[in-house]
Ligand binder design. Structure first.
Ligand SMILES: [Zn+2]
Length: 169
């Protein structure tokens, strides 16, 4: 078990686009294992590779505390909305400690991608898992959830960040 360091807001790796995975090799399997350990250690619902400083398109998720919730990983994720219904709720990020803000996401999405062995996977998700898929895929594109906030929420979130101990260290 290896818990890797979680990169924090301000680290350029968080605003960099991760590369498509081409080699489904041993290092990818190790990365996925370590990301599960890191997510569990941090008590998160999801974790993207950028957050451990690796620019490969993979994320892990754990919604198993929700009824019928899934735990898993996806490589080279692509999602599309199913319908136009949205959900608005509190969202946070392991890379932005102490900040949570009302964030609007699609209610239901269809996810496709690969597993760590290169096999195609797909699923339809609603609620928390759908929110997680959108948040983590954003990470792989170098986008933080702050960008998804309306201006007033973003301003409040930036205020919390600027006042936080971790930001001023
Ligand atoms: Zn995040």
């Amino acid at each position: 078990m290896t818990v890797r360091d979680v990169r924090i807001f301000g680290d350029p790796v968080l605003t960099s686009r991760a590369d498509e995975v081409v080699d489904f090799d041993e290092s990818l399997a190790t990365l996925v294992d370590d990301m599960f350990d890191t997510m569990e250690d941090a008590g998160g619902v999801g974790l993207a590779a950028n957050q451990v400083g690796v620019l490969r398109r993979v994320f892990v998720f754990d919604c198993s505390h929700v009824d019928g919730g899934l735990r898993g990983h996806v490589v080279n994720p692509v999602w599309e909305p199913i319908g136009e219904e949205t959900q608005t709720g509190k969202e946070g990020c392991l890379s932005i400690p102490d900040v949570s803000a009302e964030t609007t996401r699609y209610e239901t999405v269809k996810l496709s991608g690969r597993d760590k062995d290169g096999n195609p996977i797909g699923l339809v998700a609603s609620g928390l898992l759908s929110r997680c898929i959108q948040h983590e895929t954003d990470h792989l594109d170098g986008v933080l959830f702050l960008k998804r906030l309306d201006p007033a929420e973003r301003k409040a979130a930036m205020g919390v960040i600027r006042a936080s101990d971790w930001f001023n260290k």
